[in-house]
Design a protein around this ligand. Structure first.
Ligand SMILES: Nc1ncnc2c1ncn2[C@@H]1O[C@H](COP(=O)(O)OP(=O)(O)OP(=O)(O)O)[C@@H](O)[C@H]1O
Ligand SMILES: [Mg+2]
Length: 598
C-alpha cells in the first residue's frame, strides 16, 4: 500500500491545515528537534490504524483534529472532536468506523486491528519479551491452518483434537482467530462447569438408595394390581353408599308413616252428609227467623200495652178529654173495664211472645252448635283422608331395600398401599435420574479436562502461541542476521521464545549474546530497523516508520540507508525521521532519498 498524501489539521504539534506529500518510496522528514516529525508520523499511523498517540492528539487550544490519507484508490479521513464522538469520511462521504476499517484493510491486505503499525522509536523504548512476543504474533500473516495449530498441541487426546477440529476455522487464519478460539474455550469451560454443577444439584435433589430386595418391574406390576383392587373398592363403596341411601330413605318413610298413623288414631269423627248439614242449617235459620218474629211481636205487645195504659190514665181523669176546664159527667166505667181487659190481653200476648222468643233463640243456638260440630267433624274427616292419601303416596314411593352388599375391599387401605408403592417406585425413577446425571458428569468432566488442557495450551503464555512464534522466528532469523552483519560486521541476532519472545544480540560476533535492552543506542536503532523490516516483510503491511534515526553515527546510518535501499522490494513505503544536522542531510542526499524539510 502506498500513501500519496497525508492531510493534517491541528494534529499534535502541527497547528492548522497541512498537506504532506510522499512522492518516493522513501520519505525522510528532516527537521530540528520539536519541529513536528513525530507528530507527522503519529498522524500517519492514526490515519492508517486509528491508534491514538500517547499524549494529547488535538493541538492545544483547539477542539478537534483531523487526518486524511489519500491513496491511488481513495481517501480516508478520521475527525476527532473533544468530548464528542469521532467522525469518519471516506471519499468525501461520511461513513462508519467499521466501513472505513474494512476498506482500509482491503487496501492494505491485512487486518489493521491486529497488526498495529509500530514505529522504531517504540521498539527502541524497549518492549519486554512478552509484549514483543505478542507484537510479533500480531504481525504474523493469516497463514496458519487447523493442522498447523493442532500439531502444536502436545499430548492432544482424541477429544481435544475433536474440539479443535470442530471449532477452529477452516482455511488460513491468523492470531485473531486463535484469540477467538481461546475466548470460546473460556466460555465453553464456564458453561461445562455450570452444567456439571447443575447435574450435581440433580444428584443432591434426587439422591437416594433404592430399597433392597425390590425391583422396578415387580413394583410396577404390584401397582397395576393395586390399581385394579382400588377400582373394585370404588365399586364396592358406591354399592354400600347406595344401600345406605335407600336404607336411610326407608327409615325416614317409616317414621313419617308412624307419625301419620298416630295422628289418624286420634281422629274419631265421622263425616256428616250434606243433607244432614243442610237440614240442621235450615232448622237453625227457621229458629232464628222465629226468634226475630217473636221479638217483633213482643215489641208490638209492649207498645200496645203502653197505649192502653195511657188511655186508662186519661179516662180516669175527671175532666173532659177535650178540655181540662170542663168536668166530665159521662160514666166511663164500662170503657175503663174494656180497656183494662185489653191491657190484660196485651200483657198475656207479650208473655206468650216472650216465651216463644226464648224458645226459638235456644233452638237457634242449639242448631248453631250442632252445625259447628258437623263442620268440625267434616274437617277432621278431610284431614283423615289427606293423611291416608299421604300414607298411600309414601307407601307407593318407598323402594324395597336391596340386599346388603357383601363385605368388599377397603378403599383407604388400598389407597395407602398405592401411595407407599408409588413412593418406592419413585425412588427407582429418582435413582435412574441420579445415574443419568452421574453418567453426564463423567462425560462432561472428560470434556472439561480436555477444555482445561486446551485452555492452558491456547492461553497467551501457552505452548501454542509459543510454538507458532518459534515457527515463524526460525523462518525469519536467517535473513535478519544476514542484514545485521552488513550494518555491524559479525553482529548476529537470535530470538529466544520463553515468556513471549526475547531478542538477543551478539553485537560484535564474540559469541556473547546480550539482551536488546543492553545494546548501545546506535545498535538498538539498527536492530530496531531490522526488526521493522522483518515485521513489514512477514505481515504484508509494507509501511516502515523509522523515527529517531539521529541517534546513529555516520557509518551505522550509512549502512542502514544502504540496506533500506537494497531491500526496497520488502516494503511499499518508508517514512524516516531525523534531526536536520548538516552531515545527516549530506548522507541522505548521497543515498538519493527524497527529503521533506519541515
Ligand atoms: N497536542 C499538542 N498541542 C500542542 N503542541 C504539542 C502537542 N503535542 C506535542 N506538541 C509539541 O509539538 C512539538 C513537536 O513535537 P514532535 O514530537 O512532533 O517533534 P519532533 O520533531 O519529533 O522532535 P524530536 O526531534 O525532538 O523528536 C513539540 O514542541 C511538542 O511539545
Ligand atoms: Mg520526534
Amino acid at each position: 500500500m502506498k500513501i500519496e498524501k497525508l492531510h493534517t489539521m491541528d494534529f499534535m504539534g502541527i497547528p492548522g491545515k497541512k498537506v504532506w506529500e510522499f512522492r518516493d518510496k522513501v520519505t525522510v522528514l528532516a527537521a530540528p528537534n520539536g519541529a513536528g516529525k513525530t507528530s507527522v508520523i503519529s498522524a500517519l499511523r492514526y490515519a492508517l490504524t486509528g491508534l491514538e498517540p500517547e499524549g494529547e492528539m488535538i493541538h492545544k487550544g483547539k477542539t478537534s483534529a483531523a487526518v486524511q490519507i489519500d491513496t491511488a484508490k481513495g481517501s480516508y479521513c478520521r475527525i476527532k472532536k473533544l468530548g464528542k464522538q469521532s467522525r469518519y469520511v471516506m471519499n468525501g462521504k461520511t461513513t462508519s468506523l467499521g466501513e472505513l476499517t474494512r476498506a482500509l484493510e482491503e487496501e492494505m491486505g491485512v487486518s489493521v486491528s491486529n497488526a498495529k503499525i509500530i514505529t522504531s522509536s517504540e521498539l527502541l523504548q524497549g518492549l519486554d519479551s512478552r509484549q514483543f512476543g505478542e507484537l510479533l504474533l500480531n504481525y504474523l500473516p493469516e497463514m496458519m491452518d487447523k493442522e498447523t495449530v493442532i500439531s502444536r498441541v502436545s499430548n492432544a487426546t482424541p477429544l481435544m483434537r475433536k474440539i479443535m477440529e470442530d471449532n477452529l476455522p477452516g482455511g488460513d487464519f491468523g492470531t485473531k482467530e486463535l484469540d477467538s478460539f481461546f475466548a470460546f474455550l473460556m466460555e465453553k469451560r464456564k458453561g461445562i462447569k455450570k452444567e456439571i454443577m447443575e447435574e450435581e444439584a440433580v444428584i443432591r435433589l434426587y439422591g437416594c438408595d433404592v430399597p433392597e430386595g425390590e425391583n422396578e418391574e415387580n413394583l410396577r406390576s404390584r401397582l397395576d394390581e393395586l390399581n385394579r383392587q382400588r377400582d373394585e373398592a370404588v365399586v364396592y363403596s358406591q354399592k354400600v353408599s347406595a344401600y345406605l341411601q335407600v336404607r336411610d330413605a326407608m327409615e325416614k318413610n317409616r317414621a313419617a308413616i308412624q307419625q301419620i298413623e298416630e295422628e289418624l288414631e286420634k281422629i274419631t269423627a265421622v263425616r256428616h252428609s250434606g243433607d244432614e248439614r243442610q237440614a240442621v242449617e235450615e232448622l237453625m235459620l227457621a229458629a232464628r227467623k222465629a226468634a226475630h218474629a217473636a221479638l217483633d211481636a213482643k215489641k208490638l205487645d209492649r207498645a200496645n200495652y203502653n197505649t192502653l195504659k195511657d188511655a186508662v190514665e186519661t179516662i180516669r181523669q175527671p175532666t173532659c178529654p177535650l178540655s181540662k176546664n170542663i168536668l166530665c159527667t159521662t160514666d166511663k166505667s164500662s170503657v175503663l173495664g174494656e180497656l183494662k181487659e185489653a191491657m190484660k190481653r196485651a200483657c198475656e200476648s207479650f208473655n206468650r211472645h216472650d216465651q216463644e222468643c226464648r224458645e226459638a233463640t235456644a233452638k237457634a243456638l242449639e242448631m248453631e252448635e250442632k252445625l259447628r260440630m258437623i263442620d268440625c267433624d267434616n274437617a277432621a274427616a278431610d284431614r283423615r283422608e289427606q293423611l291416608e292419601r299421604q300414607k298411600q303416596q309414601i307407601l307407593e314411593t318407598t323402594l324395597s331395600l336391596p340386599e346388603k352388599p357383601e363385605k368388599g375391599p377397603d378403599l383407604a387401605e388400598i389407597s395407602a398401599k398405592i401411595d407407599r408403592t408409588g413412593i418406592t417406585l419413585r425412588k427407582f425413577q429418582d435413582h435412574k435420574k441420579v445415574k443419568e446425571s452421574e453418567e453426564k458428569i463423567k462425560v462432561k468432566k472428560a470434556e472439561l479436562e480436555a477444555l482445561e488442557a486446551l485452555y492452558s495450551a491456547f492461553s497467551p503464555k501457552g505452548e501454542v502461541k509459543k510454538e507458532i512464534t518459534r515457527l515463524y522466528l526460525d523462518e525469519f532469523s536467517g535473513p535478519c542476521n544476514e542484514k545485521a552483519g552488513k550494518i555491524f560486521p559479525g553482529m548476529s541476532i537470535r530470538f529466544v521464545s520463553e515468556e513471549g519472545v526475547s531478542v538477543q544480540v551478539d553485537p560484535k560476533g564474540t559469541g556473547q549474546y546480550v539482551s536488546f535492552r543492553s545494546l548501545s543506542g546506535g545498535e538498538k536503532a539498527a536492530v530496531a530497523f531490522l526488526l521493522m523490516l522483518m515485521f513489514a516483510s512477514i505481515s504484508g503491511i509494507g509501511i516502515l516508520i523509522l523515527d529517531e534515526l539521529s541517534i546513529m553515527d555516520e557509518g551505522v546510518l550509512d549502512a542502514l540507508l544502504a540496506i533500506l535501499k537494497e531491500n526496497g522490494d520488502e516494503y511499499d513505503m518508508a517514512v524516516l525521521a531525523c534531526v536536520s544536522h548538516a552531515d545527516t542531510l549530506e548522507q541522505l542526499k548521497k543515498h538519493d532519498f527524497w527529503t521533506m524539510v519541515i
